[in-house]
Design a protein around this ligand. Structure first.
Ligand code: PEP
Ligand code: MG
Length: 325
């Protein structure tokens, strides 16, 4: 399949209406890095840093992490890498950390909640990122933020670490972009000043959808029960897009649905201009985006949302009427 899409590698995901969607890749392991070249990804839109912690049997040291992040940035060759800080706790248990006994780990003490309550590991990770950075483009993204105050606290922690590193004589990143995942419905309704404080937002659809529908993403019985293309979820996405546009906040989508061509084209039609996905999905998503007219699709979605629980069928029917060349 990589061969089949090779000819597309250098071409933009430009739809017939002229709109270009940026396609980024998700990564987390060193083995993912060669995909930066093969897939045609513009950058790493989500680097899941917890994977480097999960594959070890002891807490990595700061110097070791800095070396890993340096290799990632080297491999990116000037493309931006968006490092998501540790999303661990509860369900993603590190063998070398005390397990928590929680009834609902997915809604428990995880990710930024751990980072803010016990900041030692997060601070060490931020120091490693600052040291690895040099002068290359890099963004830092916080996971599982539910309130503006959590974002501000996490950002202040990062800025404090930068000040410390500067005082120690280390060069600190210029123009570092700091943003957050949107994985909890509450964050979409945060007061305006949250949107003024973030440099970017990335929708983590895997978690956002599980909390929107109250359907556990790990539970086979319910995980596919609700359609991402339901009118309710798209209405919610529409609202997030509108708030980000109002405040000039760049918005991306980095959950698994970004790599499903039909879902991806619908998000693009709703106004999400950046999608981050597993590398193998970039070719298929790009192929479809280049075939269609996003404005036309938007009209189909808007109309279908008025009287369908899910827009999937009308969207697929419309797609069948579009010529394939
Ligand atoms: C998400 O929740 O959509 C996401 C990208 O994060 P993860 O899948 O790592 O929870
Ligand atoms: Mg998530």
């Amino acid at each position: 399949a990589q061969e089949r899409y090779a000819s597309l590698r250098q071409l933009p995901a430009q739809s017939r209406c002229g709109t270009v969607t940026a396609l980024h890749m998700n990564a987390g392991l060193m083995a993912d890095l060669p995909s930066l070249e093969h897939s045609g990804a513009e950058s790493v839109g989500l680097f899941r840093t917890e994977l480097q912690f999960l594959i070890r049997n002891q807490m990595p040291k700061r110097a070791e992490l800095a070396r890993i992040y340096t290799r990632v940035l080297d491999a990116a060759k000037g493309r931006t890498v968006t490092f998501r800080t540790l999303d661990i706790g509860s369900d993603k248990v590190l063998p070398y950390m005390k397990p928590q006994d929680e009834p609902n780990p997915a809604m428990g003490w995880r990710a930024i909640r751990v980072g803010l309550d016990k900041p030692g590991v997060l601070r060490m990770q931020l120091q490693a990122l600052i040291r690895a950075h040099g002068t290359r483009p890099m963004s830092v993204m916080f996971p599982f933020i539910a309130e503006g105050s959590e974002y501000r606290e996490a950002r202040a922690l990062l800025l404090r670490e930068m000040e410390r590193e500067r005082a120690l004589g280390h060069p600190v990143p210029e123009g570092l972009r700091i943003g957050t995942m949107l994985e909890t419905p509450a964050l979409a309704f945060a007061p305006d000043h949250f949107f003024r404080d973030v440099d970017f937002i990335s929708i983590g659809g895997n978690d956002l959808k599980q909390f929107f529908f109250a359907a556990d993403r790990e539970n086979e019985r319910v995980r596919r029960r609700y359609d991402t293309l339901s009118a309710a979820f798209l209405e919610f996405v529409r609202r997030i897009v509108a708030r980000c546009e109002e405040h000039g906040v760049p918005l991306s989508f980095c959950g698994e649905d970004a790599g499903r061509p039909i879902e991806a084209m619908c998000f693009a039609a709703m106004g999400i201009r950046t999608l981050s996905m597993r590398p193998a999905s970039i070719g298929p998503v790009k192929t479809l985006l280049r075939r269609i007219d996003l404005a036309g699709l938007r009209a189909v979605i808007d109309a279908a949302m008025l009287d369908h629980d899910s827009v999937r069928e009308p969207v697929i029917a419309w797609l069948a009427t579009q010529s394939g060349d």
